[in-house]
Ligand binder design. Structure first.
Ligand code: MEV
Length: 299
């Protein structure tokens, strides 16, 4: 059994598609995958899992337990692919290292999602911690304690649709969109200097949120969750990921985490209290099973 974490974008989603920097962090909820050798290909409907076995050229059975809601922008598909590859890698003694697993996982995400996928999710899920992405380069930053509450609006969204929408807006109105992307870049580069100062970081998150709204990737229910979190004492709050639905994050004083989670749930959304995961993909002790319990999903 192997497991891999989900992720959130702290700064720079969408702008990252245009070569601007993006800052992402691995989060505590994980996906757990058990793989066993078998003669036949896995009996699963997930194209992600099929590709994992095909790519590594072996057959096996797989059992998945996920603490991450799927299709919400928290990188659950990347966590499934990364942990499945790592489990296959061990079961069949294939000797791929972590960087190779991350690369193969990115290739699979690209294939299944047909076209645009950034390497952010698979890289963060493989290595854990805080990662700065810019152009083709990825850099791990020193870990920071951050108390986050994630709000899942439960509004379904499509990442590729949101990315296309921003691209169309940019073609039509570059005079408006380009300065917004520049300002998002500025929130990200300024944030790099104050990762340990939650008050300032929260302020930059608020600004990044307003800029994402201006880009047209907001949603009334995300705005509601952001405002409710701030009113309940968050340092700052913003959309995380593609927007148009999906999730938001609130940076919180430790003592107010559960109050902020309550404010989010009072808006008919799901709250996840979480913090940084510094480990990335790891082997689990099978007899103990998943270390935390969570919602169960079968892929
Ligand atoms: C989606 O989670 C984040 C985007 O920037 C797209 C990407 O980086 O793949 C919108």
């Amino acid at each position: 059994m192997w497991s891999a974490p989900g992720k959130v974008f702290l700064f720079g989603e969408h702008a990252v598609v245009y070569g601007k920097p993006g800052l992402a962090m691995a989060i505590k909820p994980r996906v757990f995958v058990t793989v066993r050798k078998a003669r036949h290909p896995p009996k699963v409907k997930s194209p992600y899992i099929e590709h994992c076995f095909r790519e590594l050229g072996v057959n096996g059975s797989v059992y998945i337990h996920s603490q991450l809601p799927s299709s919400s922008g928290l990188g659950s598909s990347a966590a499934v692919v990364v942990s499945t590859l790592a489990a296959i890698n061990e079961e069949f003694d294939l000797n791929h290292d972590r960087a190779e697993i991350a690369d193969i996982a990115f290739g699979i995400e690209k294939k299944v999602q047909e076209g645009r996928a950034s390497p952010t999710d698979t890289y963060v899920s493989s290595f854990g911690g805080i990662v700065l992405i810019k152009g083709g380069s990825k850099r791990r930053l020193p870990p920071q304690t951050m108390h986050l509450v994630i709000g899942n609006s439960l509004v379904s969204h499509s990442t590729s649709k949101m990315v296309e929408q921003v691209s169309a807006f940019r073609k039509k109105d570059p005079l408006i969109v380009d300065p917004i992307l520049d300002s998002i870049e500025a929130t990200c580069t300024r944030a790099l200097h104050c990762l340990s100062d939650p008050k300032i970081l929260g302020r930059y998150m608020d600004i990044n949120h307003a800029l994402l709204d201006a880009l047209g990737v907001g949603h009334p229910s995300l705005s509601r969750l952001v405002l409710a979190s701030r009113a309940a004492g968050a340092y700052g709050a913003k959309i995380t990921g593609a927007g148009g639905g999906g999730c938001m994050i609130a940076l919180c004083p430790k003592r107010h985490k559960s109050r902020i989670a309550g404010a989010i749930e009072a808006c008919d959304a799901r709250a996840i209290i979480t913090s940084i995961d510094t480990e990335g993909v790891r082997r689990e002790n099978e007899r103990k099973g998943p270390r935390q319990t969570g919602r169960q999903h079968h892929h």
